[in-house]
Design a protein around this ligand. Structure first.
Ligand SMILES: [Zn+2]
Ligand SMILES: [Zn+2]
Length: 361
């Protein structure tokens, strides 16, 4: 049964204030690290005290800003460590709120940084300036989905944003694959590959302590963004639903006493929550099929405008509409792979129910 265990974190969430640093288990703390201008407010960095040596490993690092750095180093000090005591940074995925500060932590501590190879593959090689290529890929993807192209201001903003992210992205020292047990004295942490939200997303389980660290894969309140875009990898939603089933099965392996997510608050009921999120996506899939039956032939952009959102479409700014269309695209891809719908044309593609007509003659 789903139950919020991070009661203080939840109270702070409701009051729109930062939660405190908390001792979650012996030798395990959560440190909230602020994210600039984000409704997610903070990422929860977990600090794991290592046995036999004065040191810690951290799971995720935070966004690359001074405020985040101050919160991270301050949080570590509060629990008895300096930044130089960090031996390892295990990153759940490449998104800047998790990976952004990893390089700076390494510079100040000599820690090794670990990431799954599928996310590591997205880090551009040093010296490469891939922004124009990335943006033109994105524009192409947009025109296929019927999304209005980025104007010049938006292109400049996107390039600046990417440059900011990439500047802080550092190559990992260790690649963690599914099932790997990173070398952390006193811990029996197992990496669980859960692609979907990002192609190389990792969760971490410690069966002995009864905890699962879920990153962005399973959150207590919101469903993580699952979108099809040029760097999402193919079939992100199918991968994500498989990964949800996978993480839920941990409850058959050991008693999961608590789930430690990277945002919001701690909870219990991993399989329950994973089931609720999967159900949400299945409802979205059915909503799309129904809309295509009622009015066939929309582009992905047009269909997205007809979906239910948390606020009226007219109030949603264009950049968020584009993001929402990426989510629609992930769902449409899954439906099309199952033969329930098909696309006609390409620039833009238009969607209809039923399987694609097989080519003949
Ligand atoms: Zn993320
Ligand atoms: Zn995140």
């Amino acid at each position: 049964m789903f139950e919020i265990t991070g009661v203080e974190q939840k109270r702070c969430w409701d009051e729109s204030i930062m939660p405190p640093v908390e001792n979650v288990r012996p030798g395990l703390w959560s440190i909230p690290v602020p994210i600039p201008d984000s409704p997610l407010r903070y990422v929860l960095v977990y600090a794991l005290e290592l046995a036999g040596e004065a040191g810690v490993a951290i799971i995720d690092a935070g966004w690359n800003t001074e405020a985040a750095w101050t919160a991270l180093t301050g949080g570590l000090t509060q629990v008895g460590f300096g930044i130089a005591d960090v031996r390892a940074v295990l990153v759940t995925h490449i998104h800047p709120d998790h990976f952004g500060l990893a390089g700076r932590v390494r510079e100040n501590s000599g820690a090794w940084v670990a990431l799954h190879p599928a996310d590591a593959a997205m880090i551009p090689s040093p010296g490469a300036v891939p922004f124009s290529g990335l943006i033109s890929n994105e524009q192409q993807h947009h025109s296929r989905s019927g999304v209005p192209p980025l104007d010049e201001t938006e292109i400049a903003a996107a390039a600046a944003m990417m440059a900011g992210h990439y500047a802080s992205f550092t190559a990992p020292d260790v690649l963690l694959e599914d099932g790997d047990r990173p070398e952390l004295p006193g811990w029996d942490l197992r990496a669980i590959w859960t692609p979907g939200h990002s192609p190389g997303h990792l969760c971490f389980a410690d069966a002995g302590r009864g905890v699962v660290l879920t990153g962005d894969h399973v959150l207590p309140r919101i469903t993580p963004n699952i979108a099809r875009h040029p760097h999402s990898g193919p079939r992100p939603l199918a991968s994500y639903l498989d990964s949800l089933a996978r993480i839920a099965r941990l409850e058959e392996e050991f008693v999961v006493e608590e789930v430690l997510p990277a945002h919001e608050y701690r909870f219990r009921g991993l399989a329950d929550r994973a089931g609720t999120i999967a159900q949400h996506h299945h409802e979205r899939l059915e909503e799309m099929v129904k809309l295509l039956v009622e009015q066939p032939g929309p582009t992905s952009w047009e269909l997205t405008a007809r979906m239910r959102w948390s606020r009226p479409w007219a109030d949603i700014p264009t950049f968020m509409r584009r993001g929402a269309t990426g989510e629609t695209d992930a769902h449409l891809e899954l439906l099309a792979d199952g033969g329930r719908i098909h696309r006609v044309g390409d620039q833009p593609g238009r969607w209809f129910t039923g399987p694609a007509a097989t080519a003949s003659g």
